[in-house]
Design a protein around this ligand. Structure first.
Ligand SMILES: CC(C)(COP(=O)(O)OP(=O)(O)OC[C@H]1O[C@@H](n2cnc3c(N)ncnc32)[C@H](O[C@H]2O[C@H](COP(=O)(O)OP(=O)(O)OP(=O)(O)O)[C@@H](O)[C@H]2O)[C@@H]1O)[C@@H](O)C(=O)NCCC(=O)NCCS
Ligand code: ADE
Length: 464
């Protein structure tokens, strides 16, 4: 992977002219927003190539990470200049005191990866000078290659450009495998990410057997519009789910889940009202509601790892399999999940949740983080990876037998042998699979729900 590919070299004159432009633009922004902080974000790349498709992708990922770290700080305005020959640049206007913003800049620049590839300047109208690394309590910028003072290496011409490019490509590759972290966000942002996840999932196409804008799959009672109505009807529920997590003061996390469950049952009614009785998001109300509540709860302590988030989810769902499924033996009318527990001891979505959504955390998110292609292509491949790794009770119900699982795995392995969604063969195979699913009335609604969770966390982690 060479992120400098297709980049056009520029001369020193262009670099210097851009410096003048940036200074003038920053001054203009400081005057336009005298009571706010101006944050300038750009890449710190040696050599004549300052922009390329790969460098823009690197920049976007770093910018997303910085925006997640800014979290609850109010970003009033953003000015994007991603295609400038001198390199992608962005200016954020943050309505916060400069010291608080500085702290985030220090955190971002101290990070092993982003700190060496990015240059973040923090300034304000009432502060004459930009905050230097020294003023930020940071050591001098390290050389990309030998960890010494970068200015000294540049003066001595200590390294070749090829060495520099090799290190930057390695750092970029490493960025794609750094475990995602959950930075505290505002309630509005978290709810927005939850709704986006629902809408992204239904928009991805062509999904085998599932509803998307191109095909209703094996669901003759649903269309993409049913899912849009259903998603928006859940806005209130996700706000409630967030508040339950944020305000919870009890001890046992299972009680926090019981509070959510009451809201979830009401949300199912709102879903059915919006869809005229069709079950679009029953599983997602359960799974995504749990994640929103857990994130609100854990964000009270600041930034969290996926492992810490999983522990909260496990705490919330402790005992649900026994309570819900073991006790289902006395029930007259059983749901798909309950039937399959009794027949095959499959625990379905309850089992996934009680384990802290391991397929999402340990398989789908890392896969998505390093996937290539457009958002649609990345999410299609991620859906198929998920389908390959869960027991989808929705699929088993529709197939009428658990024997469908090994059959599905064969189809998925063939899909990836064809190269997945980024090849025309892989994509046309998906259309064939959709036809096949429709003929046999098959659907992977459980995999779709896990894709919703994956998309939501990818948004929260700034990787999508
Ligand atoms: C815990 C509940 C989800 C209980 O539901 P159930 O007892 O039915 O449990 P499951 O069958 O195990 O799962 C239900 C839905 O969860 C999704 N799912 C399935 N497997 C997995 C998995 N391994 N990981 C994650 N998620 C999974 C799936 O939901 C999606 O598919 C549904 C749409 O497909 P469709 O075939 O159209 O479904 P139907 O309309 O039922 O069939 P047709 O009539 O069309 O033929 C849709 O739900 C998607 O989300 C499974 O269907 C939870 O609902 C619960 O606790 N309910 C009790 C009331 C409550 O407490 N609610 C509030 C919870 S916060
Ligand atoms: N796109 C979709 N089609 C059918 N069932 C689903 N459950 C969740 N998303 C779905």
């Amino acid at each position: 992977m060479n992120i400098f590919q297709d980049g056009q070299p520029i001369d020193l004159e262009t670099v210097l002219a851009n410096k003048d432009w940036r200074t003038a633009f920053q001054t203009q922004l400081e005057k336009q927003y005298p009571d706010d902080v101006v944050v300038s974000v750009k890449l710190n790349i040696p050599g004549p190539i300052k922009n390329s498709p790969g460098l823009q992708q690197l920049f976007q990922q770093g910018l997303n990470r910085l925006r997640m770290m800014l979290g609850r700080l109010h970003v009033k305005d953003i000015k994007f200049f991603v295609a400038r020959p001198s390199g992608p640049e962005t200016f954020l206007i943050v309505s916060e005191d400069i010291t608080t913003v500085k702290r985030v800049a220090v955190l971002f620049e101290s990070d092993m990866l982003t700190g060496r590839l990015f240059d973040v300047d923090v300034m304000a109208y009432h502060n004459e000078k930009q905050l230097s690394r020294q003023a930020l309590g940071l050591p001098a910028r390290q050389c990309l290659i030998c960890d010494k003072d970068a200015k000294v290496c540049m003066k001595l011409g200590a390294h070749t450009l090829t060495e520099g490019y090799q290190v930057i490509n390695q750092l970029y590759k490493k960025m794609a495998t750094t475990p995602l972290r959950i930075w505290p966000q505002t309630q509005a942002a978290v709810v927005q990410y939850a709704l986006s996840a629902l809408l992204y999932e239904v928009s991805v196409n062509p999904k085998p057997g599932l509803v998307d804008p191109v095909s209703n799959g094996a669901h003759d009672d649903m269309t993409v519009f049913t899912f849009i109505d259903s998603s928006l009807a859940l806005t209130n529920y996700f706000n409630q789910a967030y508040r339950i997590g944020l305000d919870y003061s009890g001890g046992e996390l299972t009680s926090m889940f019981q509070m959510l469950r009451k809201a979830g049952i009401a949300a199912e009614k709102q879903m059915f009202a919006a869809t005229h009785g069709i079950n679009t998001h029953k599983g997602a109300i359960f799974s995504l509601g749990i994640l929103v509540t857990a994130i609100a709860y854990i964000s009270r302590q600041g930034v969290a790892s996926l492992q810490q988030l999983q522990q909260v989810v496990q705490g919330m769902l402790q005992g649900i399999v026994t309570q819900d499924l073991n006790h289902s033996f006395g029930k007259r009318v059983l749901t798909a999940g309950e039937k399959q527990y009794q027949a095959y001891q499959l625990t379905g979505v309850r089992g996934e949740a009680a384990a802290g959504f391991p397929t999402v955390m340990a398989i789908a998110l890392p896969f998505l983080q390093q996937a290539s292609g457009t958002t649609n292509q990345k999410l299609l491949d991620t859906l198929m990876v998920i389908a390959d790794n869960i027991n989808d009770t929705n699929l088993i119900k529709r197939a009428g037998t658990i024997a469908i699982i090994p059959e599905l795995k064969q189809w998925i392995s063939h899909y990836f042998e064809l190269g997945g969604s980024v090849t025309s063969e892989g994509l046309s195979y998906l259309y064939t699979l959709d036809e096949h699913f429709m003929t046999r009335n098959l659907s992977i609604g459980g995999a779709a729900d896990n894709l919703i969770l994956t998309t939501f966390l990818a948004k929260m982690g700034g990787i999508l």
